[in-house]
Design a protein around this ligand. Structure first.
Ligand SMILES: Cc1cc2nc3c(=O)[nH]c(=O)nc-3n(C[C@H](O)[C@H](O)[C@H](O)COP(=O)(O)OP(=O)(O)OC[C@H]3O[C@@H](n4cnc5c(N)ncnc54)[C@H](O)[C@@H]3O)c2cc1C
Length: 386
């Protein structure tokens, strides 16, 4: 592991910092239409799809610079670099790798210009961890596929315009990983019904989706028929170092430090209490360990060394750490800590209690801890298969 940045990398960090200083007002002082301006500005800088090839509208940015960009954005509590997290994280990379020329021209610019939001239709009521067993069915009819079946837990479905959808096109297969096909489907297709699901925190971020004779043009297939599993796995593997898991924790730690400074415990700021200080230090050390772990994987990636499933290590750490931090923040404020926004004594607008109730986002979404542990045991530690 090399801890030093090159002069060019250091200069890039300074460029990001100075942009943020000039263009990012503090969180509570951002005007209503700030996001629109921000998205245009970061697009103009070439920071949306930073590592994407120039021919697709990206900046061909290096992995280290990308890490620096994320780190500085997180430290400055900046808004995201685009409206479609999934579009940027895996739909776009999947289209660049497997898409036809027409698909690339149709979809990539809109993702980069924040004109569209994508959601991901993988999980089904009985097939989440065991994703390859999906049953949502697509049958060819002329130049269309006709889709019937159900998806569930689809984040962003209530407001997305497009869904990247996994369907089964062949049921007579030896391995369940075969016979799966990936389709790009407009959310306003006839026969596609979105039923939002309310989570514990009262949000309706995800939904069930029902497909009844939904006709999808064959031109909207991503990759070959039956190749959907490979399309999905390689698109998801786009960023393997897992450093992104860590940068998102910087903001949370910073907010927690502010909270302990402003909370009073036994007549003094909680930040002076030895137990509180020890807890914060423990969180900070864990985040630092995650960061260096991520940098270790990043170094391997830059050297062209194979990475298997290292992402799972930081994902597992992050899951437990987020829960611990939220629970700590809520407990620190007693009854007030439990109040959601609108509550008379809500702390920080109820964000900590909301975050505590939202623990499944980081724990279950993207693969449960049991699954991550299985992956680490089998693929990294070489243990026998579960
Ligand atoms: C907030 C949130 C957002 C989500 N967003 C999306 C989305 O946008 N798109 C999408 O397609 N899906 C999404 N999901 C679904 C998510 O991917 C699945 O919930 C997850 O993969 C688990 O699948 P499951 O719910 O079917 O649980 P199951 O797979 O039934 O698991 C139930 C329990 O059994 C355990 N288990 C299962 N198999 C094994 C095994 N082999 N070994 C040991 N233990 C095992 C699990 O760890 C878990 O504790 C989201 C989920 C959440 C909570």
């Amino acid at each position: 592991m090399d801890f030093d940045y090159t002069p060019e990398e250091q200069a890039f960090r300074e460029e990001v910092r100075s942009f943020l200083k000039d263009n990012l007002p503090p969180k509570g002082e951002r005007p209503k239409d700030f996001l629109k301006t921000w998205l245009e500005q970061v697009r103009e800088k070439g920071w949306v799809g930073f590592s994407w090839p120039k021919e697709f509208g990206g900046s061909d940015g290096g992995l280290i610079e990308q890490t620096i960009l994320r780190e500085e954005m997180a430290l400055a509590k900046a808004p995201p670099l685009g409206t479609s997290f999934m579009g940027l994280a895996w739909v776009g990379p999947g289209i660049m790798q497997y898409g036809t020329e027409a698909q690339k021209q149709k979809f990539i610019p809109d993702i980069l210009d924040s004109k569209v939001t994508w959601c991901t239709g993988y999980s089904e009521p009985n097939h989440g961890s065991d994703l390859a067993a999906i049953q949502c069915k697509a049958v060819k009819d002329g130049d269309h596929y006709v889709v019937n079946g159900q998806k569930i837990w689809t984040t962003g479905a209530p407001w997305s315009q497009w869904i990247i959808l996994l369907v089964r096109t062949d049921f007579e297969v030896e391995s369940k990983h075969d016979g799966i096909t990936c389709l790009l489907v407009p959310m306003d297709s006839e026969g596609l019904e979105v039923r939002p699901i309310e989570n514990m925190a009262g949000d309706k971020h995800f939904a069930e989706i029902f497909f009844t004779d939904v006709r999808v043009p064959i031109d909207n297939r991503l990759g070959d028929e039956g190749e959907g599993w490979n399309v999905t796995v390689s698109a998801l593997a786009n960023e393997r170092s897992s450093i992104g898991e860590v940068t998102q924790m910087f903001e949370k730690l910073d907010n927690l430090k502010e909270l302990v400074r402003s909370t009073r415990k036994q007549g003094k700021p909680a930040s002076e209490d030895p137990d509180v200080r020890r807890t914060i230090a423990r969180f900070e050390m864990k985040i630092a360990a995650m960061k260096y772990n991520g940098l270790r994987y990043l170094t391997k990636q830059i050297k062209g060394e194979p990475l298997t499933s290292e992402t799972s290590v930081n994902k597992l750490h992050r899951a437990s750490l987020e829960i611990e931090m939220d629970d700590f923040a809520v407990a620190l404020n007693g009854e007030a800590g439990l109040q959601l926004s609108g509550g008379e004594a809500a702390i920080d607008g109820g964000t900590w209690s909301k975050s505590a109730l939202n623990w499944p986002n980081v724990v279950i979404g993207g693969g449960t801890p049991n699954i991550q542990k299985n992956i680490i045991a089998e693929r990294i530690l070489g243990q026998p298969k579960d």
